[in-house]
Design a protein around this ligand. Structure first.
Ligand code: HEC
Length: 268
């Protein structure tokens, strides 16, 4: 800033009668401006050159998959830097089991499967494009070789401890079953069996069968890939028999508010 420059010197233009002084910008203003320039340089180096900071995209990916690790990046200078992974995010397991498993399954699916999946849902126009890009995969797809990956199923290996073929019907057993349900099951199947993360247990639709043995098997062995826990380690055989009976005798056929849409096959 030159001190000998006269202050408040009028410039010789006027717009709509408004005139303007030719004054220096204040020092604090210019310093702020220089600071933003310096920050922009640091920003570019941190996020774009070194890759030491997470971009919005990576932050998002880490949020939906706590184990996501951004691949190592080779920088222009030839150095290799691994991206920062927050230990907090790595521990954060706040996704429901079903979402997590579904995510893992989809993200880790082989490339072919991704393409088949895309073909499966593509519009006719997009399908044409995919056909050109992946002729071999298209041939397979077209021949019907692609079947959607089969739903992970309840383990059929090994006998289950209970041989009951009909639910218990005495009140004491059903009350005991309700207590088990209200502690362990309501969080996924709803207070009244209306469903939530897990399927609706009050309707006539069953994914794994409506017989006592089917229900017992699901509860004993779980459907780990879908988020239904195997309860044989947590609950006693008696408790499992009681809660299975409670589901079949007390919950089935009721009409709770906010029911989850039916899943599986209708069983009369
Ligand atoms: C963490 C969530 C969760 C909890 C807790 C849970 N379930 Fe499930 N349950 C599921 C999911 C998810 C399914 C669907 C599995 C599938 O899609 O194959 C399921 C399926 C079932 C089925 C089979 C339904 C069908 O349509 O065939 C029964 C029966 C069942 N659960 C009973 C129970 C009982 C009894 C308990 C408590 C001891 C319980 N569940 C606790 C998530 C849960």
């Amino acid at each position: 800033m030159s001190d000998n420059k006269p202050k408040d010197e009028l410039l010789d233009h006027a717009y709509d009668g408004i005139q303007e002084y030719d004054n220096e910008l204040p020092g604090w203003w210019k310093n702020l401006f220089y600071l933003t320039i310096i920050i922009s340089v640091i920003y570019v180096i941190h996020y774009m050159v070194l890759g030491t900071g997470d971009s919005q995209r990576v932050e998002y990916l880490k949020e939906i998959d706590p184990n996501y690790v951004e691949p190592m990046v080779e920088t222009a200078g030839g150095g290799v830097f691994s991206r920062y992974t927050s230990p907090y995010l790595a521990q954060q397991e706040n996704l429901t089991p079903r979402v997590r498993h579904e995510l893992d399954r989809v993200v880790n699916a082989p490339f072919d499967e991704h393409i088949f999946r895309a073909m499966n849902t593509a519009t006719a126009e997009d399908l044409e494009k995919l056909k050109v890009l992946f002729p071999e995969l298209y041939t397979q797809f077209d021949s019907g070789a692609f079947a959607a990956p089969s739903a992970p199923s309840v383990s059929t290996a090994g006998a289950i401890a209970s041989s009951l073929t009909a639910p218990l019907t005495d009140d004491a057993a059903l009350e005991a079953g309700k207590s088990v349900y209200d502690v362990h099951c309501f969080s996924c199947h709803g207070n009244a069996g209306e469903g939530g993360i897990g399927p609706n247990l009050t309707d006539e639709y069953w994914i794994h069968g409506a017989e006592m043995q089917d229900v017992l098997r699901v509860i004993f062995k779980g459907v780990p890939a879908k988020g239904m826990i195997a309860w044989e380690k947590t609950l006693s055989q008696e408790e499992i028999e009681q809660v299975a009976s409670y589901v079949l005798v007390r919950l089935q056929g009721t009409d709770p508010p906010n029911p989850k849409a039916p899943e599986g096959e209708k069983v009369e």
